[in-house]
Design a protein around this ligand. Structure first.
Ligand code: T5A
Length: 237
């Protein structure tokens, strides 16, 4: 598949929304279904807490009361009849509420925010693997996220069949709106996330998610250490 433009500007000190400069760090987890994002996001948050770094663990779609309502509309499939652009706008609306209600206040307090999926999921699910024009998605992202981009994005990579098998064994075969898409869609997702890492190497890191959870978690700790230049004593296990 041909990689489409995925570039965005890095965060600036001042948010266009007038929020105070962020003092905490903003880390997102991305990847296909069942890659282990929730598992690793939780483990990283627990690890940071154990080292005295207060962190807020959150997710998308959702992460604030209003966005959790939109999550239900999206994942139940209730918005699907309105078309992919309408679904994309709903992801954007949820993200805006999540940012202003949860993420930006936490960063302003000096907390770290660990978020299970963010705007890159819209770029890849609705854009690269979906049916929505990437220019539409980037314009919406500019409106809803602006400069409030993550400091670090960890993309968990594994073959879609492995991820879907993990989800199936956990949920006993009950799939949501996006999990129900065919294997061709999930293969495009994997390619799209890899293209994202190539397009933004300063922000994104690819993590081999086929390995056992402890090995993946150790890798992620090392990447966080490298990115934020934390003292080694903080990340040693
Ligand atoms: N979406 C989302 C969009 O289309 N656009 C957007 O903009 C956004 C934000 C969200 C859906 O919405 C779509 C993408 C999604 O389809 P969700 O329920 O939040 O739905 O689903 P996911 O984010 O995909 O989360 P999952 O729970 O399905 O997958 P995870 O979080 O990647 O995996 P996790 O950690 O829950 O693990 C899955 C299973 O595998 C095991 C776990 O114990 C669990 O049983 N596991 C491992 N097994 C072996 N080895 C490992 N290393 C393992 N790590 C975890």
């Amino acid at each position: 598949m041909t990689a489409k433009p995925l570039t965005s500007k890095p965060p600036t000190a001042k948010s266009p929304t007038g929020e105070p400069p962020r003092r905490g760090r903003f880390i997102t987890f991305e990847g296909g279904e069942g890659a282990g994002k929730s598992t690793q996001a939780r483990r990283l948050a627990e690890f940071l807490e154990s080292r005295g770094i207060h962190s807020v663990l959150t997710r998308e779609p959702g992460g604030s009361p209003g966005a959790e309502i939109i999550r239900h509309v999206l994942l139940s499939g209730a918005a699907e009849p309105f078309g992919p652009e309408a679904e994309t706008i709903l992801f954007g609306a949820a993200r805006r509420d999540h940012l202003t209600s949860t993420i930006l206040p936490a960063l302003a307090r000096g907390d770290w925010v660990i978020c299970d999926r963010f705007a890159d999921s819209t770029r890849v699910y609705q854009g690269l693997a979906g049916k929505v024009d990437p220019a539409f998605i980037l314009a919406l992202e500019q409106l809803t996220v602006g400069a409030d981009r993550p400091d670090l994005t960890l993309v968990l990579d594994l073959p879609p069949k492995v991820g879907l098998a993990r989800v199936a064994s956990r949920q006993q075969g009950a799939f949501d709106r996006f999990e129900r898409e065919g294997i061709a869609f999930h293969t495009k997702l994997r390619q799209g996330f890899k293209a994202l890492v190539e397009a933004e190497p300063e922000r994104c890191r690819l993590v081999d998610a086929t390995r056992d959870p402890d090995t993946v978690a150790a890798d992620i700790r090392a990447l966080v250490l490298e990115r934020f230049d934390l003292p080694a004593r903080l990340v040693a296990s």
